[in-house]
Design a binder for this molecule. Structure first.
Ligand SMILES: Nc1nc2c(ncn2[C@@H]2O[C@H](COP(=O)(O)OP(=O)(O)O)[C@@H](O)[C@H]2O)c(=O)[nH]1
Ligand SMILES: [Mg+2]
Length: 365
């Protein structure tokens, strides 16, 4: 599976900067004026995972293939976007297609950068964008209530179930709650899925901090954290300006800068890993002569699902999986030694994969 995240937020909060930091694309369209991004810009990023290199120390291979994440820089939303203000909502499709939203909120002070709301107020800024998304969700739900309502009244059982579900969702939105905060049953989720509701998507707020607050201790970040807690979202801080510079450096160039600024992990890697958590995802690996590769699955997925991620055929022909963990490989240094020390386990199709499992799937001919 591929994971896709859409970057949203008010104008001039650093969305494009964060996009460039994540994708490592050198600055092209960074502007201090508003609405400089007029269409969604897609990008792809390799998911950094040091375990790939660790495996490669002991398994000879031709290439290393990291997991990938799709990221889209989406034009700014403003108050009234859902009614056509600013860039309007013509690009909402890009938001709807995203599995998760990375919502950039300005927490940096810089008088040279125009600010659409007059002052730095992270919670209020976050809310402006979220209310626009909520307005659009409500309109979508209302259209669908009308669509199924008539048939429901005429006695159509399926439409009645849909109607009840859509009305429940409208009540959530009208109570000022994000849909992601509401409990929906699995059947309800299935009914809502085709509507691509935006406030149902998991949100990671990115507090874009100034260099002086690069560890995210300011009141601005605290305010955003409080907002996120109230609304069922997560928060990560990063300094977009710094990270965008780091992103275009080689690892060797980057290391001394990161040390100087006191960073253990790049903001990019933190964001990607938090997004994985947010979406309930994890990684397993395959390792052989041809390639060492990271695969993305949901937490709780079985070996059979994992095999199916590699090739749909594998699901039909699955025999068993040989599984070991990266730290064991680091200790014993070869597959042979893992086998001898009982660290290479044989698992059936119902085995629940753990994050960091290295798997070899035996497939029937
Ligand atoms: N001081 C400071 N300026 C930033 C930071 N992030 C972005 N900016 C500046 O804010 C302006 C708008 O950034 P941009 O990424 O184009 O914002 P967007 O409209 O949300 O895409 C640019 O001039 C950036 O250099 C930051 O972390 N600190
Ligand atoms: Mg932009």
């Amino acid at each position: 599976m591929t994971l896709s995240a859409g970057i949203v937020g008010l104008p001039n909060v650093g969305k494009t900067t964060v996009f460039q930091a994540i994708t490592g694309v050198p600055a092209a369209t960074r502007h201090a004026n508003m609405f400089s991004t007029t269409a969604p810009v897609p990008g792809v990023v390799d998911v950094p995972d040091p375990r790939l290199q660790q495996i490669a120390q002991h398994v000879a291979t031709k290439k290393i293939v990291p997991a990938q994440m799709h990221v889209t820089d989406i034009p700014a939303l403003v108050h009234g976007s859902s009614e056509g203000a600013g860039m309007g909502v013509g690009f909402l499709g890009a938001i709807k297609e995203s599995d998760a939203l990375l919502h950039v909120v300005r927490c940096f002070e810089n008088p040279a950068v125009q600010n659409s709301s007059g002052s730095i107020d992270p919670a209020a800024d976050a809310e402006i964008v979220e209310l626009e998304l909520a307005h659009t969700d409500r309109a979508t739900l209302q259209r669908n209530v009308e669509r199924v309502g008539k048939k429901a009244k005429a006695g159509d059982a399926e439409c009645r179930v849909q109607l009840a579900c859509f009305e429940k969702a409208i009540a959530v939105v009208e109570a000022g709650t994000m849909l992601r905060q509401a409990e929906f049953t699995l059947p309800e989720k299935k009914l809502l899925q085709p509507l691509f509701l935006m406030t149902q998507k998991p949100v990671l707020f990115l507090a874009n901090v100034g260099e002086e607050d690069r560890h995210g201790h300011s009141a601005h970040v605290a305010a955003l954290r409080a907002y996120a807690e109230r609304t069922g979202a997560m928060v990560a801080h990063l300094c977009g300006d710094l990270e965008a510079e780091f992103a275009v450096m080689t690892p060797d160039e980057r290391a001394p800068f990161m040390a100087e600024y006191g960073f253990a992990e790049s903001g990019l890697s933190r964001i990607i890993h938090t997004t994985f958590d947010l979406l309930g995802l994890q990684t397993f690996f395959t390792a052989g002569e041809k390639q060492i590769r990271a695969w993305v699955i949901h937490k709780g997925d079985t070996a059979l699902v994992g095999a199916g991620t590699i090739h749909t055929d594998f699901t039909k022909k699955f025999v068993r999986a040989e599984v070991f963990q990266v730290p064991d490989l680091m200790q014993w240094q070869s597959e042979k030694a893992l086998r001898e020390h009982g660290k290479l386990r044989l698992e059936g199709k119902d085995y629940v994969l753990r994050d960091g499992d290295v798997c070899y799937f035996l497939i029937a001919n």
